[in-house]
Write a protein that binds this ligand. Structure first.
Ligand SMILES: C[S@@+](CC[C@H](N)C(=O)[O-])C[C@H]1O[C@@H](n2cnc3c(N)ncnc32)[C@H](O)[C@@H]1O
Length: 256
């Protein structure tokens, strides 16, 4: 999309899982050209420094409560585009993976305002990958399934019951608060030995990975004081250790 000064236009940008450098080149360029940025809680705030002259509005949760409803956010995007020109709507991970990005796209386009989409690295793939867990691996897992653990009304997603039947990898977002129920469902399906990892703050300096199996994971996670976004990865792929942790520690020096 060619950006034209003061013409209302919106770019939906996925910021990736949190590490500043895991945004796409295109996403970064759009931020640098933004007149106005509306951003969410899981977006790395350092990204905003790329647009020193743009106005910014935080529309994520505050103390666990939403600062704005989705309807209000939709309206704000349109309002700011009409007032300021190029709006960047910056969202964590990928905008279309449990991100309500498509709702925003539909609303904005109903005002004949052009929308460009810049995908982001979804935490559902990137966070396991950074923990050296491949979501698929030949001979081990031929599929991966991304499920939300919690529905919009706060209840457990009943699709978790179906997830126990797959031999593929199950990635559960927004599921750590439902870990007890998820463990019960997997235990009831005689999958107590299934490997699981819970990854907090993936890609960030305070990343914490808790590995275990269904029977042990709850007590391991309860011992953690870590807060922040977390996801669960369930399946045989969690047992694949490409490289020992000691070696990873040694490599860190060269990689950073
Ligand atoms: C509302 S969903 C948005 C997902 C996002 N659109 C994506 O593609 O990654 C938020 C959930 O994503 C997961 N998540 C996002 N970033 C994460 C991170 N850095 N580490 C672990 N989990 C993360 C958590 O399960 C969190 O509750």
């Amino acid at each position: 999309m060619k950006l034209r000064k003061n013409i209302p236009q919106v770019t939906l940008v996925g910021a990736g899982p949190g590490d500043l450098e895991l945004i796409t080149v295109k996403g970064l360029k759009r931020i640098q050209k933004a007149d106005y940025i509306l951003y969410d809680a899981l977006v790395n705030p350092e990204l905003l420094e790329e647009a020193p002259n743009a106005k910014k509005l935080y529309v994520g949760k505050r103390l666990g409560k939403k600062a704005y409803s989705q309807d209000e956010i939709n309206q704000l995007i349109v309002e700011k585009a009409l007032l300021y020109g190029h709006v960047v709507r910056l969202k964590g991970g990928d905008p279309f993976v449990f991100g309500r990005g498509f709702e925003e796209l539909q609303y904005i386009e109903s005002f004949q305002i052009p929308v460009e989409i810049v995908p982001g690295l979804s935490s559902s793939i990137a966070v396991p990958e950074l923990a050296r867990i491949p979501v698929t691996h030949r001979g081990v897992s031929n599929s991966f399934h991304v499920i939300s653990g919690t529905l919009a009304n706060g209840e457990l997603n009943p699709e978790i019951h179906k997830s126990v039947t797959t031999n593929g990898t199950v990635v559960i977002l927004m599921g750590v608060s439902k870990l007890k129920e998820i463990v019960r469902i997997y235990n009831d399906a005689r999958k107590g030995n299934e490997a699981i990892a819970v990854i907090f703050n993936g890609s960030l300096p305070n990343e914490t990975i808790v590995r275990g199996n269904i029977s042990t994971i709850l007590s391991k996670v309860e011992k953690q004081s870590t807060t922040g976004p977390a996801l669960l990865v369930i399946g045989e792929v969690v047992r694949l250790d490409a490289i020992s942790n000691d070696l990873v520690e040694q490599f860190k020096f060269y990689l950073n």
